[in-house]
Design a protein around this ligand. Structure first.
Ligand SMILES: [Zn+2]
Length: 275
């Protein structure tokens, strides 16, 4: 049973657009939302401190980094429910929790300019990874086990021309590094008649310094009871790439040339819930 549903929910401050599809035991859905405000939007409510907070205050409470990316889409969330017992989701808040609040030496070259442009971040005198680099691989619920595997994603299957039942490319956050490049996390999903496939991509380009990508691919073949998850971290110094910055604008143009730092494929297996 495959059915695409569309909902327009006007939730007050956030106009959320959601779409979903039923695919075998899966209920796959995404929400599209507004950008995270840069200040508290409901001071009276948030100051009561009784567990009701606006999105901005939730981010301030949950994250240790003193500054958030220019554009965070707090409710841009992709969710894959497996029956009623397990769930895989992709959420900007969880991804930002994995940003280090220490800065690495390699990136210091334009950190001064960045901090000058953001007096509030500088004032907090807290160094952190202002590139918002994250090794987030998605959020797994209970009743899921991650196992090592020798199996790899069959990319030939992905190349077959088939009808696309469901597709979306969702931006979780993006920052232009004060015109020094780009830092972006996005997730794309496509559901085909016999499988679903997704790519979560963190892409960083610090102009004339370095290019980095952390990509998580997930693949599920219909009528199997597991998902393959392949994580690939890549990074190269700009000087080692021998290509002009103008050719590094699009992630797809430069990622194939980056040096692989880490690559691991795992199997996501669903357990029967404990009743
Ligand atoms: Zn607030």
């Amino acid at each position: 049973m495959m059915q695409v549903k569309e909902n327009n929910i006007d939730a007050g401050r956030y106009t959320t657009n959601s779409k979903s599809i039923e695919f075998g035991p899966w209920h796959i859905s995404y929400d599209v939302s507004c950008i995270l405000p840069s200040v508290c939007s409901t001071k009276v409510v948030c100051e009561r401190d009784d567990d009701q907070f606006c999105q901005f205050c939730i981010y301030c409470k949950e994250l240790e980094i003193p500054h958030f990316p220019d554009m965070v889409f707090p409710k841009n969330i992709l969710t894959l429910n497996y029956g009623t017992s397990a769930k895989i989701s992709f959420e900007p808040l969880h991804a930002l929790k994995r940003v280090a609040n220490t800065v690495r030496a390699i990136e210091v070259s334009c950190s001064e300019a960045w901090l000058e442009a953001r007096p509030d971040a500088a004032r907090k005198k807290k160094t952190f990874d202002w590139t918002f680099s994250t090794d987030y691989k998605g959020t797994l619920s209970e009743n899921i086990v991650v196992e090592p595997t020798e199996e790899t994603i069959n990319f030939d299957v992905l190349k077959q021309k088939d009808q696309i039942l469901f597709y979306h490319d969702l931006t979780l956050f993006e920052d232009e590094l004060h015109d020094h490049g780009i830092s972006k996390l996005s997730v794309k999903i496509r559901v085909m008649p016999s499988y679903w496939y997704l790519l979560l991509r963190y892409f960083l380009r610090v102009d004339d310094v370095l290019v980095r990508s952390n990509e998580t691919r997930m693949f599920h073949m219909l009528n199997t009871d597991y998902v393959l998850r392949e994580y690939t971290a890549k990074e190269s110094q700009a000087k080692d790439l021998h290509m002009p910055t103008s050719q590094m604008k699009e992630a797809d143009d430069v990622i194939p040339f980056l040096a692989v730092k880490e690559k691991v494929t795992e199997k996501i297996v669903f357990k029967e819930p404990n009743l």
